[in-house]
Design a protein around this ligand. Structure first.
Ligand SMILES: Cc1cc2nc3c(=O)[nH]c(=O)nc-3n(C[C@H](O)[C@H](O)[C@H](O)COP(=O)(O)O)c2cc1C
Length: 179
């Protein structure tokens, strides 16, 4: 019997037509066995972080987030850059993970899907700094820049370009193989 490897994917964009969300849907489509993807979709429902509320009973949305992190073998982020930084709603999610024991030594990576000239450099520098406070295991081989413009997406909302899909699958393999 094959043991599955649960991968939690978290998108930093709340936009319906998000390219970052498209990349994470593609992660689910190309993830090799035994990886099973849990696509987190609760970003918009998280309350604003307040340290006073970081205690039992937690807001149900926060409890759900932390429970899913606990179940995950690894976390994969995909976020846009807003105004030279991380989107506020995504930073809010990361703030809720600061007190999550489940983040300790959790293998974590990102796919930077930016196709802009600056490559969302500042957002990912910032993400690296934030993750440095969370005691995660940042899996460098799986932190990749794979530019995905809208032209690479099919009508089904997935990345169709074969070379790009292979690169996405390789990043997932690198993350899931981390020991
Ligand atoms: C409010 C706002 C600010 C943005 N700021 C930046 C930025 O600083 N750097 C950048 O490369 N792109 C910036 N962008 C462009 C987005 O990062 C880009 O459209 C990205 O594809 C959005 O991701 P999504 O398609 O997953 O929603 C900005 C977009 C918005 C809406």
């Amino acid at each position: 019997m094959t043991t599955t490897f649960p991968l939690l994917t978290i998108c930093g964009s709340t936009r319906a037509g998000s390219t970052n969300a498209a990349v994470l849907r593609t992660v689910a489509a190309v993830a090799p066995e035994p990886v099973v993807v849990d696509g987190y979709d609760g970003l918009s429902g998280l309350p604003h972080f307040n340290p006073d509320d970081d205690r039992e009973p937690l807001h149900p949305a926060v409890a759900d987030l932390r429970g899913r992190i606990k179940e995950a073998g690894a976390l994969l982020f995909c976020t846009p850059e807003y105004a030279g930084a991380l989107p506020g709603s995504f930073k809010n999610l990361l703030d809720w993970t600061v007190g999550a024991e489940a983040m300790y030594h959790k293998p974590v990576a990102w796919i930077n899907a930016s196709s802009s000239l600056t490559g969302a450099k500042h957002a990912h520098e910032s993400l690296r700094i934030v993750l440095g406070y969370l005691n995660v295991d940042l899996v460098e081989q799986a932190c990749v820049h794979i530019p995905v413009g809208r032209d690479l997406l099919g009508e089904d909302g997935l990345v169709h370009d074969e070379r790009t899909r292979e690169r996405i699958a390789a990043a997932v393999t690198a993350l899931a193989s981390h020991r």
